[in-house]
Design a protein around this ligand. Structure first.
Ligand SMILES: Nc1ncnc2c1ncn2[C@@H]1O[C@H](COP(=O)(O)OP(=O)(O)OP(=O)(O)O)[C@@H](O)[C@H]1O
Ligand SMILES: O=P(O)(O)OC[C@H]1O[C@H](OP(=O)(O)OP(=O)(O)O)[C@H](O)[C@@H]1O
Ligand SMILES: [Mg+2]
Length: 282
């Protein structure tokens, strides 16, 4: 049975459970459940603190985990990212009161508050900066107002928390993060059960980012149309009862669908339809 760690709380927990549910796995009914078995899929889910997940996976007790890339790197655990999941996207950045820190070099001698000591210590060392790091559990933006630190290093998504604390970012992002699937470094990536799990999640990612597009076009414009909608392995082309016309079917990225419909219309395509993909296996 495949043993999988899933975030039990925080920003990763809801979207991770939703993705697993879309991939056809049973998920817990209430947040106090710490472990559930999905016998139909031969999988066991353990609901753990996102910060601890890379460690459990590195220990070999659990086969796979879902966590944040930033948490994986911060943990220093012997685990590696094998699939990016596209949710809980954020950057990790330094911030300070406007006008107090001029740039990265200016962090020398400062006190930096963070919940991600591993990332910050490595970043400072890589840039030859000598600063002291104070560990806080959360709400680190407030540490400056309360005099605990002059600089914070924290997760930034919309920037609202920084603005509310009267802070602005310093330097370039230290890293970008999103939810990721992790495995013990060097574990057998070819293992069948693992591959099947990853294929299911990839299917959800594709269903979320692509739509199916159908349209009719005169045969002489087919090559132009195929250039606009190349599909994944080439579009399906079928004859229409109306001679000289063909029907084309191809997957297109959802974000480009409206532009593609305009482009197809402009070269003479008609009856252009898009439909959602509910599930897929590439
Ligand atoms: N506002 C946010 N937007 C996107 N991702 C976020 C946000 N806040 C935290 N994350 C991501 O969530 C993960 C941290 O999860 P964790 O549960 O420790 O913290 P949290 O989501 O802030 O929840 P908590 O309220 O328990 O602190 C990291 O991968 C981080 O990048
Ligand atoms: O840029 P924003 O959209 O404001 O998002 C970033 C904030 O979200 C998270 O905080 P959370 O609410 O989880 O509280 P925490 O700091 O206690 O973890 C993170 O730690 C930042 O503070
Ligand atoms: Mg938080």
């Amino acid at each position: 049975m495949l043993r999988i760690a899933v975030p039990n709380k925080g920003s990763l927990s809801g979207p991770a459970a939703e993705m697993l549910h879309e991939a056809g796995y049973r998920q817990r009914r209430e947040s106090k459940e710490l472990r559930i078995v999905d016998p139909a899929n031969d999988v066991e889910f353990f609901y753990l603190r996102p910060r601890d997940i890379a460690l459990y996976v590195a220990s070999g007790q659990l086969d796979i985990g879902i966590t944040g890339r930033d948490l994986l790197i911060d943990s220093g655990a012997n685990a590696e990212e094998i699939l990016a999941l596209g949710f809980a996207r954020s950057t990790f950045r330094y911030a300070a009161r406007p006008g107090t820190v001029s740039g990265l070099e200016d962090l020398n001698g400062r006190t930096i508050a963070t919940s991600y000591e591993g990332i910050v210590a490595k970043h400072l060392a890589d840039h030859g900066i000598d600063a002291s790091v104070v560990h806080l559990d959360g709400a680190v933006e407030t540490a400056i107002q309360l005099g605990v630190a002059e600089v914070v290093a924290d997760v930034v998504e919309t920037g609202t928390s920084l603005r509310n604390a009267g802070l602005e970012v310093v330097g370039e992002p230290i890293m970008t993060s999103e939810a990721v699937v992790v495995r013990r470094t060097g574990a057998d990536a070819e293992e069948l059960k693992v591959q099947q799990f990853l294929r299911r999640l990839q299917g959800v990612l594709v269903a979320r980012t692509y739509v199916m597009m159908d349209y009719d076009i005169r045969a002489e414009h087919l090559e132009q149309a195929v250039a606009i909608t190349p599909g994944l392995e080439g579009p399906t082309v079928s004859p229409l009862h109306n001679e000289g016309w063909v029907a084309v079917r191809a997957m297109v990225p959802t974000k480009d669908a409206q532009r593609i419909m305009d482009d197809l219309y402009a070269i003479g395509a008609r009856a252009i339809l898009t439909t959602a993909i509910h599930a897929c296996r590439l």
